[in-house]
Write a protein that binds this ligand. Structure first.
Ligand SMILES: Cc1cc2nc3c(=O)[nH]c(=O)nc-3n(C[C@H](O)[C@H](O)[C@H](O)COP(=O)(O)O)c2cc1C
Length: 159
């Protein structure tokens, strides 16, 4: 079964988890990069939150991998305004993942990720969700818990 990780990360927490999921493996990985970035200061919550509320789909930089080529896809996002990051919405709008197996991963500053997962599932349509994992951020401050989740994800991927 061919597998890949697609993710968005603004501040590095989701990227940290993804790096550890693929570390020491040949697994393919693709970062989603929004063409327009967000402010580095507190205004990111305002602009990011607005994009989530308005269900905006920011333009993405060209992808380095094609999801159509894989059977199992890990989709990793930070929780934004109790939902998923707009770049993930752009990705899901552009690519039909029906029939794929999907593992959902969310990093969160402490809020519950269940609404985020629910929203992702609604956007995924006919995909088969085979795992849901939440990691608390900052990841560096919750290293042991993060290690445990990464191990579970790697097991789920069949390592
Ligand atoms: C625009 C925005 C909205 C956020 N909304 C939430 C939220 O609703 N609940 C929560 O627990 N964390 C929220 N966070 C915090 C992030 O989910 C958390 O810091 C995450 O790990 C960041 O991932 P990253 O470092 O990969 O960007 C938000 C962060 C941003 C920038």
């Amino acid at each position: 079964m061919r597998s890949v990780v697609f993710y968005y990360s603004l501040e590095g927490n989701t990227e940290n988890i993804v790096n550890r999921i693929v570390e020491g493996t040949q697994r393919d990985v693709c970062r989603l990069v929004a063409h327009r970035s967000y402010p580095k200061n507190g205004l990111k919550y305002f602009f990011g939150g607005m994009d989530v509320m308005l269900k905006r789909t920011p333009r993405l930089e060209p992808l380095t991998k094609r999801p159509e080529s894989y059977d199992l896809i890990v989709l990793a996002t930070p929780v934004w305004a109790s939902s998923f990051a707009p770049a993930i919405r752009s990705f899901l709008k552009e690519h039909n993942l029906s029939g794929k197996k999907i593992i959902l991963v969310a990093t969160t500053a402490g809020g519950d990720a269940s609404k985020c997962f629910k929203a992702m599932k609604a956007s995924l349509g006919e995909s088969e969700i085979v795992g849901e994992f939440t990691v608390k951020s900052p990841v560096a401050g919750h290293a042991k818990a993060a290690d445990a989740v990464v191990e579970k994800i790697r097991k789920r991927l069949g390592e």
